[in-house]
Design a protein around this ligand. Structure first.
Ligand code: HEM
Length: 383
């Protein structure tokens, strides 16, 4: 087995993004250590150490950026903020993403899924990635923001999330387009507020004052991009799993109540958000290592979700796993605000496919990579 050296570890490296699971195993054994990439950062790989960093927002702050390397020179809000402001920001939005509020969105999610499927199923093989997994979360967040749905939004998000290292110019162009989109909408929305998220952020007050325009744009930017690459990745990955594992797919067809457990296991097993960062605000002992004030710290959610200390047979896709306390949505004060929405979108996406196409298989080799959403070609199974 290749010896693992923390100093060489790069969570953005192509080989790692192609199949992180082998490196995860080495990291569980190696524990916390320091990488030399991106000016140096602490690698936090185990379930226990990820939990301790994520909960300790006094020592480990997201306010100086959570992406390594960074994406833009302004904050992703509400994620990249500290208490007490973070609490205020979260309170602004929490009701709109509550289980009750998201249940009310389910008919719209279902209608969008059915609409997209109609187009996808016109010609074999069906590409469940481009026309379906990628488009459903985009269509829904547009409705929630009160923004006209454009398929190119998904491309912008991919430019921001996947190409920030390989094609920085494309990332910068996409960021500018998203900022301009919202800058263009705000005057009209200020005049005629609705019940959408943009109006909500515009009308919000902190200490009796509205947010300044650039802060509103920071919120809109993150609300648009926060839930797209990860939700569509999970829909695509779970559909791929069902195209390979015919027994599992049949169980879900026979008992759709099991779909929620399959969604949870897909979130754990595939962990779409591999890693997010913090900056140490004070010297601290981090998994036995000496982190210093100002050090970058990277929590590996994906690695924690395969940690054998928490999950039995972690590399098995097992929807009967109980408990399944995965950290795909993070943990602690910054735990994903959109988790109810993401879960509903993934579950409905799977339900609707199984209704119209209960038996299917892959129509060709598929690559699953954590830095690209290629096609997922599917055909009906002739058994
Ligand atoms: C499978 C889909 C998703 C995954 C895996 C995911 C993952 C995460 C993770 C790991 C965090 C924690 C960040 C941290 O600790 O620094 C987070 C935060 C957040 N997510 Fe998600 N997310 C998903 C979908 C969504 C959706 C659909 C939305 C809707 C807009 C959303 C909105 C947010 C927001 C606003 C935060 C910041 C919360 C805060 O800092 O208080 N996410 N997400």
């Amino acid at each position: 087995m290749k010896k693992f050296t923390h100093s060489e570890f790069d969570h953005n490296a192509g080989d790692f993004r192609k199949d992180p699971s082998a490196v995860y195993k080495l990291l569980h054994a190696a524990g916390v250590g320091q990488s030399e990439h991106y000016g140096g950062f602490w690698v936090v790989p185990t379930y226990e150490t990820v939990q301790s960093v994520a909960h300790d927002t006094d020592t480990y702050s997201p306010a100086d950026g959570t992406m390594l390397p960074g994406v833009l020179d302004r904050p992703l809000l509400p994620m990249e903020s500290d208490p007490p402001l973070h609490g205020e920001y979260r309170r602004m939005l929490v009701k709109q993403f509550s289980p009750k509020a998201i249940r009310e969105w389910v008919p719209a999610i279902r209608a969008a899924a059915q609409d997209l499927l109609k187009d996808v199923l016109t010609e074999e093989p069906y590409d469940f990635s481009l026309g379906y997994a990628k488009m459903l979360p985009t269509a829904i967040i547009c409705q929630m923001l009160g923004v006209e749905f454009k398929t190119e939004f998904q491309e912008w998000v991919e430019d921001v999330v996947y190409r920030r290292i390989s094609d920085r110019a494309a990332t910068d162009r996409a960021i500018e387009k998203i900022h301009n989109l919202f800058r263009g909408i705000l005057p009209e929305r200020r005049e005629n507020p609705g019940d959408d998220l943009v109006s909500l952020v515009l009308q919000a007050e902190i200490d009796g004052k509205p947010l300044d325009e650039e802060t509103v744009i920071d919120f809109c930017f993150f609300l648009l991009i926060a839930g797209l690459d990860n939700t569509n990745f999970t829909i695509r990955a779970l559909l791929q799993q069902l195209a390979i594992d015919h027994e599992l797919r049949q169980r879900l067809v026979d008992d759709p109540n099991l779909i929620d457990a399959a969604v949870e296991e897909a979130l754990r097993y595939f962990s779409p958000v591999i890693a997010l960062g913090r900056t140490a605000r004070a010297d601290a002992s981090l998994g036995g290592c000496p982190a210093h004030q100002g050090d970058k710290v990277l929590m590996l959610f994906g690695c924690a979700n395969r940690d054998p200390a928490e999950f039995e047979n972690p590399d098995e896709f097992d929807i009967d796993r109980f408990p399944n306390r995965h950290v795909a949505f993070g943990v602690g004060p910054h735990r994903c605000l959109g988790s109810n929405l993401a879960r509903a979108e993934i579950a409905v996406a799977i339900e609707e496919v199984l209704k119209v196409l209960p038996d299917f298989e892959l129509a060709g080799e598929v690559d699953i990579r954590w830095d690209d959403l290629g096609p997922l070609l599917i055909k009906p199974r002739k058994s």
